[in-house]
Design a protein around this ligand. Sequence first.
Ligand code: SAM
Ligand code: SF4
Length: 439
Amino acid sequence: MESMTTGKFLLKVSGCQMSFRDAETLAGQLQQAGYTATDSETNADVIIFQTCCVRDTAERKIYGQINQLKALKKERPDLIIGMTGCLAQKDQNKVLKLCPHVDFVLGTQRLGELAQVLANLSTNRHRIVDTQEDGNLESLPLVRAKGVRAYVNITYGCSNFCTYCIVPYVRGPERSREPEAIITEVKEAITSGYKEIMLLGQNVNTYGKDLDGKTDFVNLLQTLDNLPGLSRVRYMTSHPRDFTNDMIRAVRDSGTVCEHFHLPIQSGSNRILSLMNRGYTREYYLDLVTTIKTLVPEASITTDFIVGFPGETDEDFADTLDLLEKARFDAAYTFIFSPRQGTKAATLPKQVPSRVKKERLSRLNAVQSRVSRDINQSLLGKKVQILVEGPSKNNPEKLSGRTRTNKLVHFSGSQELIGQLVTVCIKRAFTWTLHGELL
Ligand code: SAM
Ligand code: SF4
């Protein structure tokens, strides 16, 4: 048994929900080892960067933040600085050269080693790099972030190899968790007071494919739907190629699974979709949208787009704008293509100039903003169910929460409503948010 510490830790987290869930596992181990959390760099004995490398902008920001700690480390050589997550996995030994003040680098599959790494560092200040591509991610201690929503992994890794994406290289191949482990974790979250479960995976729709036919995504949704005490179930991310009509029906027939379909399309051009290795066409995707709107008319549909993929012509981009008008997404998360070293797309010819990428992004965003605002305005006067999340970020006098369709709604009400389902009448509607009155 390691000796307990009384030190303080600070976690700096960037990236997607999976990265945040990983941070909760890091916090669990730190707490079990006796550390307590702090918000202040100067008070911390251990500072860990839980990182992302999906785009260059994320990477630069993290290196900037790490390098800002050089002076602090010089002042306090005992301070332990670590790096975990996707960028740690990708840059491994390079980090030690680039950042001489970083003490350890732990890969995405080695999270469970944190306590041991810290114990080793406390007796022997040797820099540690552990990025082996295996490791136990089950039954690790956990400190969840406060709130109404608990994140639960259902798969780890990704085997899709979309040609632009670094994730399969830094998170390993797709592995499904045993259904029993997922259900146990969900039940624990419910007991701890969480009202909403967000199931996580890079492609949740292929959940169970590696479990010998024991279960699948539909089966998992149906099992969770029957658990008492749960208000809502969400999941992300879906891959349009693997989203079946059975899944749409499972959402429709369930009481807790929310009517929100996040289906990243990435491009509206068949030529670009094929270069991206996405495995579907725009026609297939539009059919999927029609089926969802037919089977679940009240559903919202959101998406992701990448603009400026290598070789994207004005015609390809026009196809994307055309698809945007046809699909009429509730919202879209839009990104400029960022070449990731080691992926196929980074080596493709005809990289699009930065100026063109930026111009396309702003045109895309302008169209999407109009569509989002129009759809949101159609909700004026409607009554919607909200799960109250907490004080509104922009105005702490107000509360905010989400509709089942994942729209953010601000309204006035008492703090006691946090965590409850309430009904609100929509009074004002904007591109990204709605304002309502409690009924
Ligand atoms: N597995 C999910 C999926 O398939 O959509 C999420 C993966 S990724 C972390 C989230 C989004 O980032 C993707 O949907 C894509 O739009 C964007 N993305 C991934 N790689 C990118 C790159 N190299 N440049 C720009 N955007 C990228
Ligand atoms: Fe990346 Fe494609 Fe896997 Fe999503 S499905 S993580 S975009 S490779």
